[in-house]
Design a protein around this ligand. Structure first.
Ligand code: IMP
Ligand code: MG
Length: 185
């Protein structure tokens, strides 16, 4: 997976559009029930969760405000480690609001741990996490999604907003990446 661009690896389909739609609908139903009558603010983590967020909000049956954060982490690009920084902060005041963080994938858990702790300083009424995918076997710090689409194995995911070196975000389905073994061709 060290090849430049889209070469040297292959995409294997993991979830179809229909499977994704059904997962997102299920999450939206749960959230609509639980947050009925509350002051819901969805805080989407850029960039990977933007497609998930855009589908999710259109299935909600309750009003929700939307905000975005962007985080930078120092690491290999495939792994979150060390220091995490916020490069675009929330703009909506979160005090006394019911905050739901929208994330694409939980891996080590470090990104969400950092963001959850940081947003908690803004004194929201509640703060929970909704993640589309979870690689539980990779967890390094304690972090559990309150709303989870589905678990996945320790594989590298792309599509539906999720990238590999900024490629593949546009794909409407979810794939996992495997290296092409030229010795077998
Ligand atoms: P964590 O901080 O280790 O939990 O990493 C979470 C972030 O890493 C996610 O927001 C993704 O941006 C990225 N990430 C983790 N796994 C994958 C993957 O399989 N494909 C693409 N990005 C991933
Ligand atoms: Mg991300």
């Amino acid at each position: 997976m060290n090849g430049k661009g889209t070469e040297g690896h292959r995409l294997n389909r993991l979830f179809t559009r229909e499977q994704i739609a059904s997962i997102v609908q299920g999450l939206a139903d749960q959230i609509s029930r639980d947050y009925d009558g509350r002051e819901l603010v969805l805080v989407c983590i850029l960039k990977g969760a933007f497609v998930f967020l855009s589908d999710l909000i259109r299935h909600l049956r309750i009003p929700a405000q939307v905000d975005f954060v962007r985080l930078a982490s120092y690491g290999s690009g495939m792994k979150t480690c060390g220091k995490i920084e916020i490069t675009k902060d929330v703009e909506i005041p979160l005090e006394n609001k019911d905050v739901l963080i929208i994330e694409d994938i939980i891996d080590s858990g470090r990104t969400l741990r950092f963001l959850k702790d940081r947003l908690a300083l803004l004194k929201p009424r509640s703060i929970k996490v909704c993640a589309l995918l979870d690689k539980k076997s990779r967890r390094e710090v304690e972090m559990e999604a309150d709303y989870l689409g589905t678990d996945v194995d320790d594989i590298f995911i792309v599509g539906y907003g999720i990238d590999f070196n900024e490629y593949y975000r546009h794909l409407p389905e979810i794939y996992y990446v495997t290296p092409i073994d030229h010795s077998k061709v």
